[in-house]
Design a protein around this ligand. Structure first.
Ligand SMILES: [Fe+2]
Length: 340
C-alpha cells in the first residue's frame, strides 16, 4: 500500500489537472477528479491530506466545494487554482479555510512549495491533535482513577459509620433506631434549607452517629425508666464530649464533630455542653437538634407514650427561638418537611 501523503487534484480541464499531477506524482500519492461533486465523493471513500482545486468549475464552483470539503474534512488542507481574473475570490477563500492559492500559469517550483507547506501544516495539526488525544485519554484515565478512589473512600466512610451505629445498637437498641430516624429527618430538613447534596449526606451521616458518645455512659443510666438524679443527668451530659473523642481519631468523620458536640445546645444558649446560642451553633447541629427532639417526642418510652403529631407541633411552636432555630423549625410547622 502506498504510504505517501495523499493529494487530490480537482479541475474540470484536463490540461492543468494533468500538468499538476505530473509535478506531484513522484513525491505524493496523487488522484484526480474532473469536478467537485466527483472529488467530494472520492474523498468520502478515501480521505486525502490535501486538495488542489480550481476555483472556476461548471458543476460546483471551487468556493462552494471548499466549504463542503472543510465541513466534512476539517483537517484536509485546500489549495485553490485561480486565473488572474478571479484573484480576489481566491484571496477571499482564505477566510473560508483555504490554505493558499496558486495563480495561473503555474510554476512547477511554486506548486511544490505551496503543496509542501500545506502538507507541513497538516502534519503539525495532526501531531497536535494526536497529542491532544493522548492528553484527553490520560485525563479520562485519571478521572476514572479519582472516581474509583472516591468511591473506595466513600465505602470506607459508610462502613465506619455503619460499624459505629451498630456499636450503639449493641449498647442501646432505642438509641440505634432513634439515630436512624433522626438521620432521615435531618437530611429532609437540610434538603428543605437548600444546602448542597454533599452537605446533606454529611449531615445525615453525622446525625446517625450524633449519640455515639452514649457508648461511654453507664447502661443503667441510659436505660433507667424513672427520673434521673442530678448526678445521673450530669453523667448523661458527658456523651457529646465522649462522642467527639471517639470520632476525632478518624479523619473523614471530622465533619460529624460539630453535630456530635453541639446537638444538645439550645437556640437561647441554655443548652449544653458549651451553652452557645443562635448562629454560634453550627447549622448542622441546629438541624439535628430539631430532628432529635421531634423523634424523641414521637417515640414511646417506658415512662411515657409517644406524643401525637398535633402535640409535637405544639411543642415545637412553644419552643421556637428558645430551643429551636426559628428558620429551620418553620419547615416542619408549615408542613414543607413532613413528620410522617
Ligand atoms: Fe444526645
Amino acid at each position: 500500500m502506498d504510504s505517501r501523503e495523499k493529494i487530490l487534484i480537482i479541475d474540470d480541464e484536463l490540461a492543468p489537472r494533468e500538468s499538476i499531477r505530473m509535478v506531484l506524482k513522484d513525491r505524493y500519492a496523487v488522484s484526480t477528479a474532473s469536478g467537485a461533486p466527483e472529488g467530494i465523493n472520492m474523498m468520502a471513500q478515501n480521505p486525502v491530506d490535501l486538495v488542489v482545486m480550481d476555483i472556476k468549475m461548471p458543476k460546483m464552483d471551487g468556493i462552494t466545494a471548499l466549504q463542503e470539503i472543510k465541513k466534512r474534512h476539517p483537517d484536509t488542507e485546500v489549495i485553490l487554482l485561480t486565473a488572474y481574473a478571479s484573484l480576489e475570490t481566491a484571496r477571499d477563500a482564505i477566510r473560508f479555510g483555504a490554505f493558499d492559492y496558486l495563480l495561473k500559469p503555474f510554476d512547477k517550483d511554486d506548486i511544490l512549495m505551496v503543496v509542501e507547506k500545506g502538507l507541513s501544516k497538516r502534519r503539525s495539526n495532526t501531531g497536535l491533535k494526536l497529542e491532544r488525544d493522548i492528553l484527553l485519554d490520560r485525563a479520562s484515565n485519571l478521572e476514572q482513577q479519582i472516581n474509583e478512589a472516591r468511591s473506595n473512600i466513600m465505602m470506607c466512610y459508610e462502613g465506619t459509620v455503619k460499624a459505629l451505629i451498630l456499636t450503639i445498637d449493641a449498647k442501646d437498641h432505642y438509641t440505634y433506631n432513634h439515630s436512624n430516624r433522626v438521620a432521615r429527618l435531618s437530611a429532609s430538613l437540610a434538603g428543605a434549607l437548600g444546602v448542597p447534596r454533599k452537605t446533606i449526606k454529611e449531615i445525615e451521616h453525622a446525625a446517625s452517629i450524633h449519640d455515639i458518645g452514649k457508648i461511654g455512659i453507664d447502661e443503667n443510666i441510659l436505660k433507667k425508666n424513672g427520673k434521673l438524679t442530678l448526678n445521673e443527668y450530669t453523667e448523661i451530659k458527658r456523651h457529646p464530649a465522649i462522642g467527639v473523642r471517639i470520632v476525632q481519631s478518624v479523619p473523614f468523620l471530622e465533619d460529624a464533630i460539630p453535630v456530635i458536640l453541639h446537638h444538645h445546645e439550645r437556640y437561647d444558649g441554655k443548652g449544653y455542653p458549651e451553652g452557645i446560642k443562635g448562629e454560634q451553633i453550627p447549622l448542622s447541629a441546629r438541624i439535628v437538634i430539631i430532628a432529635d427532639a421531634v423523634d424523641a417526642m414521637m417515640s414511646a418510652r417506658p415512662y411515657r407514650d409517644a406524643l401525637t403529631i398535633q402535640n409535637v407541633m405544639r411543642e415545637l411552636e412553644n419552643n421556637v427561638g428558645t430551643q429551636f432555630d426559628p428558620e429551620i423549625v418553620e419547615f416542619v410547622l408549615n408542613g414543607k418537611v413532613s413528620l410522617v
